[in-house]
Design a binder for this molecule. Structure first.
Ligand code: HEM
Length: 266
């Protein structure tokens, strides 16, 4: 028998539209027109970060389960989302420096710098930093999530373990490395990757998707710093860093350095 007392699911109830639409609260007086865009675009990014983390968890499980084709399929989805994330910066670039200044002081110390989900993505890629965890108060969702990802293997670790099961001679020290340390370049791994590229098209293809991923994240960093330069110039960031000068240092630091190093050895 069907339960006639239960309201049918609708678009609005399933997606919690009423709740969602109450979450944008401009702080400027007026409020300033452009603050709505600023809030919505950051919220959209946080949702994309959530989806990326969801997909990365799947890539990890698929690599651990020796399913490289399905891992690649999921990586393709991640890369497509990343492209959309980069493209979205165009929207924010329609905001002029003066339009941003009209509400900037209301942000206090708020900055994307404090996005724990962005740091979680970095941790998954092997960009690990204990300092990044300590910025969040004990007992918060953000700190718990970051601490868990800090102690967990990175995508690179899952990939090396997969290659070892594919009978590549991955050094034991790499397989048992402390996964809470940043990923460092390794000449042993580079030698092995050259063999993959020369004689193993299936796994070379997987390597290429990881390079796409690394390049995609660097592309986002580059576009973000350009947007920052055109919006606030050389001013310090609301998060307390030197601003664009700090951000420029993060560009061009690859997540998977070995995959870049071998290009000149092929
Ligand atoms: C007018 C728009 C924006 C400006 C002026 C801006 C400015 C900055 C600045 C100056 C920093 C350096 C940290 C600091 O001192 O605050 C930063 C970091 C950051 N921003 Fe933005 N940002 C903007 C939009 C966005 C958007 C839409 C996102 C999307 C989530 C974002 C995500 C981040 C992240 C993740 C960092 C940390 C990067 C890292 O540490 O490598 N920002 N931003």
């Amino acid at each position: 028998m069907t339960d006639t007392t239960k309201a049918a699911t609708t678009y609005g109830t399933y997606l919690k539209i009423d709740e969602l639409l109450t979450l944008q609260e401009p702080r400027s007086a007026g409020p300033e027109h452009d603050e709505m865009l600023f809030i919505i675009i950051h919220q959209v990014y946080e949702l994309w970060f959530k989806e990326l983390l969801h997909e990365f968890d799947r890539v990890m499980r698929l690599l651990e389960g020796d399913e490289p084709h399905r891992a690649q399929h999921t990586l393709k989805r991640i890369l497509t989302i990343l492209k959309v994330m980069v493209a979205q910066l165009d929207i924010l670039e329609t905001m002029t420096p003066l339009e941003f200044l009209s509400f900037r002081e209301r942000l206090d110390a708020a900055s994307g710098f404090q996005s724990d989900q962005f740091r979680q993505v970095e941790f998954l890629l092997g960009v690990k930093s204990e300092h990044a965890i300590q910025r969040f108060a004990e007992g918060t969702r953000a700190r718990t999530a970051l601490a868990r990802r800090y102690a967990a293997p990175t995508i690179w670790d899952a990939f090396l373990r997969y290659l070892a099961r594919e009978k590549y001679n991955v050094p034991a020290a790499q397989l048992s490395r402390a996964v809470d340390r940043p990923v460092e370049p390794s000449s042993d791994i580079q030698k092995l990757l050259v063999d993959v590229y020369r004689g193993d098209p299936k796994n070379a293809e997987l390597c290429e998707r990881l390079v796409d991923l690394d390049e995609g994240v660097q592309e986002w960093r580059y576009r973000h710093v350009k947007m920052v330069e055109r919006t606030i110039g050389a001013k310090p960031g609301t998060g307390g860093s030197a601003g664009a000068a700090y951000l420029r240092e993060t560009i061009g630091r690859p997540a998977f350095p070995d995959l870049w190093a071998i290009r000149s050895q092929l």
